[in-house]
Design a protein around this ligand. Structure first.
Ligand code: SAM
Length: 214
């Protein structure tokens, strides 16, 4: 409510200051200018988050390889957030597993609407913006899963706390940070994300534990 009049006022002062030759007025102008830029930037970021735009990050092969040794030979694996270009799909296929992949943009592939296929595991990197909803469904499905996720604040929501406390989950830490890709088949290095990633595994290991995959 107060935001619009405040920024209108700020902007008018900034415009006035920009028209004078006084150094102090110029500094004031730059101060308000920076403030406006940050304000607009924040709005865009929040809008992107709301639209799930920040979910479009893809997993490099290096982050899929470590889990291969934990999967039983010739398994049937459902990758519910993946297209044919996904490195989960490619590497699991290359390792003689049968992969069923679905994705929201491929017909009727919405994870929340689709009937899960018969499979031994569900494996993927899901959209983080809706991780509570995703974890709730995954735990309810009672199929062993491995989901690569941002570990920051993983136990700090009540929903996740309740989901985790009674389940047989394991956190599988990968060494270093995962450099997600903005597009598939990109070989240039992306900047390191400000969080560490873990595989949240359920019914994969024998008991609740933390595994350091070196
Ligand atoms: C973090 S990306 C990871 C993509 C892929 N799993 C990978 O690791 O390269 C998550 C993907 O899930 C898709 N997605 C979002 N909501 C979905 C839903 N309800 N059902 C299926 N896919 C969804 C997004 O469009 C996005 O491509």
């Amino acid at each position: 409510m107060v935001t619009f009049p405040f920024f209108y006022f700020t902007f008018s002062i900034a415009v006035k200051c920009s028209k004078t030759s006084n150094l102090f007025d110029h500094l004031t102008f730059y101060f308000f200018y920076v403030k406006i830029v940050f304000f607009v930037g924040g709005k865009v970021k929040r809008w992107n988050l709301k639209k799930g735009k920040t979910d479009e990050w893809y997993t490099p092969k290096s982050a899929v390889k470590p889990i291969l040794k934990y999967i039983k030979p010739n398994s049937v694996i459902w990758c519910p957030f993946d297209t044919k270009d996904s490195n989960f799909v490619k590497l699991l296929n290359d390792n003689n597993h049968t992969v069923i992949f679905t994705h929201i943009e491929i017909d009727c592939g919405d994870f929340f609407k689709i009937e899960p296929p018969e499979c031994d595991y569900i494996i993927s990197n899901p959209p983080y913006s809706i991780r509570n909803k995703i974890l709730t469904r995954l735990f309810n499905l009672k199929i062993p899963f491995m989901m690569l996720m941002n570990v920051n604040g993983i136990f700090d929501s009540k929903i996740r706390w309740d989901l985790f406390k009674d389940s047989n989950f394991t956190l599988l830490y990968l060494k270093g940070r995962v450099n997600y890709m903005k597009e598939y088949n990109i070989t240039t290095k992306t900047s390191s994300p400000p969080f560490q990633s873990v595989y949240i595994c359920n019914d994969i290991f024998n008991n609740k534990q933390i595994v350091f995959d070196d």
